[in-house]
Design a protein around this ligand. Structure first.
Ligand SMILES: [Fe+2]
Length: 308
């Protein structure tokens, strides 16, 4: 069993309330430095995001995308442990059979316990340096964090118009890189803080805004899956985004009736297929290369649009 300390209360509250439980993913041996270095060696670079938020005179306070195409796994782990980079091994849990077996077991157990039908999760492996932070954001699908090593501080905020106005959520759906939401310090008094120290999992209701601080080198899995609920909401919100951006209207999710939602979901799915809001997508610029001889493993490069 991968799930530990999972009770009937967890099963009842799953996806409805925030819950914390334990797991024993450490015992698989797949998340040690050596195992992760081997994984990185074979993982396609098209599915590896390497980032930094390190101070820089030009990119101050901005997330920077890095190039690690010719960098081996051992160096990348070293760069996260000693440097200032973090990595998302996107679909790392799906693309490699030994990790996929574990992912299937994780979600097979969850599905059995919660009595819901099988999930189809996408699981990324986050390998983060001690200074890495994930700013205030929300995820457009059901997401869980399976924390494996290190100390991570997780801040969760209410899903209300003050914390998540509709227009901000719509932007998450049509912009490729603007994943982060406007934030101000006064929100902190409504935050709930969870200190995750390894072998902890946390699950929260769909779309609740959150942010994360790493207090040391951390390894976690972030896994997301679509449900009929998220798929309906996202189609409606896409339709609302078009009405707002193209027609200057001010539609609202929370006050819409069920027939309105169903009609908009149909329209939203068609418009998304037609990529009506494609002009609002941002380009992802690569501005550094991971280099073990450079300070903090970061060597600046002339910015280019990510092509890998
Ligand atoms: Fe998230």
């Amino acid at each position: 069993m991968i799930l530990q300390n999972w009770t009937t209360e967890h099963s009842q509250n799953f996806r409805k309330k925030t819950l914390v439980a334990n797991h024993n993913l450490n015992e698989t041996g797949l998340f040690t430095d050596d195992a992760l270095a081997m994984l990185l060696d074979k993982h396609p670079r098209s599915h590896l995001d390497v980032c930094t938020l390190a101070g820089h005179e030009i990119y101050q306070g901005k997330f920077r995308t890095g190039d690690a195409r010719d960098v081996d796994g051992k160096t990348l782990i070293e760069a996260a442990r000693k440097g200032v980079i973090w990595m998302n091994v996107r679909e790392g849990m799906n693309l490699h059979p030994e990790y996929k077996d574990v992912l299937d077991q994780m979600y097979g157990e969850l599905s059995e316990h919660s009595g819901t039908k099988a999930f189809n999760p996408r699981g990324g492996i986050l390998i983060t340096c001690p200074t890495a932070q994930t700013p205030y954001h929300c995820d457009p699908t059901d997401t869980m964090l399976w924390h494996i090593h290190g100390h991570k501080r997780f801040y969760l905020y209410p899903d209300t118009p003050r914390f998540l106005p509709d227009e901000n959520y719509e932007r998450v759906l049509y912009s490729m890189t603007e994943d982060y939401l406007p934030y101000d310090i006064s929100m902190e008094k409504d935050a709930t803080i969870y200190d995750l120290t390894g072998n902890d999992l946390i699950s929260w209701p769909l779309n609740m805004p959150h942010r994360v601080e790493n207090m040391g080198f951390c390894v976690s899995i972030t896994a997301e899956f679509s449900t009929p609920e998220s798929s309906l909401k996202n189609a409606v919100m896409y339709c609302n985004a078009v009405l707002r951006q193209k027609l200057g209207m001010n539609p609202q999710w929370r006050s819409a009736s069920t027939p309105e939602k169903l009609a908009k979901a149909f329209a939203g799915r068609v418009m998304r297929k037609l990529n009506v809001l494609s002009s609002f997508k941002d380009k992802d610029y690569v501005t550094f290369k991971v280099d073990r001889t450079a300070p903090n493993y970061i060597a600046d490069v002339k910015p280019f649009i990510r092509n890998f």
